[in-house]
Design a protein around this ligand. Structure first.
Ligand SMILES: [Cu+2]
Length: 69
């Protein structure tokens, strides 16, 4: 079943950061779509809850060097 979450992500300063976060999240199995907006400090993720978890998604973001509130 697909779920959507909206996260507040700190540390994104430009479009390159958005691309970085989007690419790393898209590489995670179960992630369906990602929208990152550095000006809003927001990352929205649609994912298959049978394949991955919100915790795994947050881990990818922090591993990429950003903060999740
Ligand atoms: Cu950047």
């Amino acid at each position: 079943m697909s779920e959507s979450i909206g996260l507040t992500v700190t540390g994104m300063k430009c479009g390159g950061c958005e691309t970085n976060v989007t690419g790393k999240l898209t590489a995670l199995a179960g992630v369906i779509s990602v929208k990152a907006a550095h000006k809003e400090n927001s990352v929205s993720v649609e994912f298959d809850a049978d394949t991955t978890t919100e915790a795994a998604i947050k881990q990818v973001i922090t591993d990429a060097g950003f903060g999740v509130e």
